[in-house]
Design a protein around this ligand. Structure first.
Ligand code: FES
Length: 107
């Protein structure tokens, strides 16, 4: 797999792209995954693969992937989502984050 032009290996213990990035010291914020909250909830870990936006914490790694993490538009999107996540945007309202949980305070 390639992340930001760097060839990285995938280990059997890597459950997703966040695991691969973390093991290879590639900066990729993933607050809900790394804090054991509902996986796929914060959308901060957005990356691009083959022209499509994906969430790194819910995407299994694949040797054929070329993953873009560090790009101006993706960094700006992550910044917006970190602020929303820190503000607890969905607290006390029904879950609107698009994840599949039924916990109104998941995000
Ligand atoms: S870390 Fe929150 S959606 Fe991936």
């Amino acid at each position: 797999m390639i992340i930001d032009g760097k060839k990285v290996s995938i280990l059997s213990t890597d459950k997703n792209i966040v695991d691969v990035a973390k093991r290879n010291q590639i900066a990729l914020p993933a607050p809900c995954y790394l804090s054991n909250r509902v996986n796929g909830c914060c959308k901060v870990c957005v990356v691009e693969i083959a022209g499509k936006k994906k969430y790194a914490c819910t995407t299994a790694p694949d040797d054929d992937f070329e993953v873009i993490v560090d790009r101006t538009d993706l960094n700006a999107l992550r910044k917006e989502r970190i602020i929303e996540y820190q503000q607890g945007k969905h607290d006390n309202t029904p879950c609107e984050c698009g994840c599949s949980c039924s916990d109104s305070n998941c995000c």
